[in-house]
Design a protein around this ligand. Structure first.
Ligand SMILES: [Zn+2]
Length: 476
């Protein structure tokens, strides 16, 4: 039997994990590959699934094809390796580089979390254990093999794939998987996360240059639906950003920006630099606070071929952020603590982007209670995350077991989104050379997937289903 099984990112936006099983034998297990292998994040009921075994043994999975380096797509790979996976993980060169810093950092955070729960005795497990350690994440990296865009890789007889551009983040790809089933060839396109469309004016926060690859012709489409019910603002975020920062500094406050450490943070730093050089934002100290901060800048600059003309020009104009006066990159915990000691207005960019872990927690703990400060979100906040609670206007949040009042100003700039919105998704689908036999929507909250299903059915007349957690889709 040949099928796709949705092991994650079905009914939610995290834990992307799609199993492709290709078998000539109607009863037997065939060749098994995972498309993405991400962590569940957000509400406990989802996070607990990180601890469950897959429905198939890890050593029965032969390969992983990874679309991009966000943790909700790659963060379970070290666990898969720990459970016995012996195959290769295929990803684009930039994704391999990014995972090289993101996965060990994730392991480190898991260790810190476990240590915290052991100290507080706040876990029902005794002792609380990390899902994987930083060392285990480093070992998992040995399984990674870089694959360039457009290069066809044969996974076994009758199964091959190639990466096409997703334009979501640095190195992000969609996977075109070609399988031979009963002598017929089937093309399945897994979109991973889909970036903003080509036109710069409608996507002012866009970093990556090309837009998603157009003219696809899959038989089966497995597509993300994060923003299936949303339209991004199409305005330039800079004037609003400048105003928010200037107002905060004027009242003696600081700006705290939870941000994904790689790419999003760099893009934001370049925008800040530009605004400061143009005299639109006061020159207050800027701290990029992440253990990965310095490596992240190097990877960002190394893969600048992936960027839009605008970003390339900014890089040419300002050079490496590591050399900018007034910008400090905090790598060690001690350097990070020093930022907390500063009581003059400053801008702190720290991970993680949904305020669920990492050093941002310390900054929020300290700065959230003061109405002079501003917490500025520049990324999507998934349901159930601390970031979403703050964004939704909760009066208090819990950080490190402490109740912290939210008195700081809270603002969100949605222009920075790396996900296409509904109109952009439809625009991209209209470039397809033919209508897929069926489209499965994944990676969306239920309302969002439903809205996108309705829009695609109404506008294009396609056959669309919303994928169910653990549900199967037959390939033949
Ligand atoms: Zn992503």
């Amino acid at each position: 039997m040949s099928y796709i099984q949705f092991l994650g990112a079905a009914g939610t936006v995290t834990g992307s994990k799609h199993l492709v099983n290709v078998s000539g034998d109607p009863t037997g297990t065939g060749f098994q590959t995972l498309i993405d292998c991400g962590l569940f994040q957000g509400p406990k009921e989802w996070r607990e699934r990180n601890w469950r075994d897959l429905p198939i043994p890890a050593n029965g999975i032969e390969t992983v094809v990874l679309t991009h380096a966000h943790l909700d797509h790659c963060g379970w790979i070290p666990r898969l390796v720990k459970e016995g996976f012996k195959g290769r993980v295929y990803a684009t060169p930039a994704t391999v580089d990014l995972c090289g810093i993101i996965l060990p950092d994730s392991g480190y955070l898991q260790e810190e979390d476990a240590a915290f729960h052991n100290k507080q005795k706040s876990s029902k497990h005794e002792p609380a254990l990390p899902l994987y350690t930083s060392d285990e994440a480093k070992q998992a990296l040995e399984r990674f093999s870089p694959v360039n865009f457009g290069q066809t890789v044969k996974l076994c007889d009758g199964v091959n794939f190639r990466f096409v551009r997703a334009a979501h983040i640095l190195g992000s790809a969609m996977a075109e998987v070609n399988v031979q089933v009963n002598g017929k060839s089937k093309l399945v396109l897994f979109t991973g996360d889909i970036g903003r469309v080509r036109n710069n004016e409608t996507a002012p926060g866009k970093v990556v240059h090309s837009g998603p690859t157009e003219g696809e012709s899959p038989d089966i489409l497995v597509m993300e639906s994060t923003y299936g019910n949303r339209q991004h603002p199409h305005t330039d975020p800079r004037p609003q950003l400048a105003q928010l920062i200037s107002d905060t500094v004027k009242r003696g406050g600081s700006v705290v920006v939870p941000s994904f450490a790689v790419e999003r943070s760099q893009k934001f730093l370049f925008m800040l630099k530009q605004l400061m050089e143009d005299g639109k934002v006061p020159r207050v100290p800027v701290f990029a606070d992440s253990p990965m901060a310095i490596e992240a800048v190097s990877i960002f600059l190394k893969h600048s071929e992936e960027f839009s003309e605008e970003t390339k020009q900014m890089i040419a104009r300002f050079g490496s952020p590591l050399t900018w006066p007034g910008f400090t990159f905090a790598r060690t915990a001690q350097e990070s603590k020093k930022i907390n000691d500063s009581h003059y207005p400053c801008i702190i960019v720290s991970s993680n982007g949904m305020a669920m872990g990492g050093r941002i927690q310390h900054h929020l703990l300290q700065r959230l209670p003061d109405p002079k400060n501003l917490v500025l979100f520049i990324g999507f906040q998934a349901v159930g995350t601390r970031g979403r609670q703050i964004e939704d206007g909760e009066e208090q949040v819990k950080i490190f077991g402490q109740i912290v009042p939210v008195r700081a100003q809270v603002a969100s700039l949605n222009q920075f989104s790396d996900h296409a919105d509904t109109a952009e998704l439809l625009q991209w689908l209209r470039t397809f050379k033919k209508q897929p036999e069926i489209t499965y929507l994944v990676h969306g909250e239920p309302d969002s997937s439903q809205a996108l299903k309705d829009a695609i059915t109404k506008d294009l007349g396609w056959n669309v289903e919303i994928a169910k957690y653990m549900g199967q889709a037959q390939l033949a």
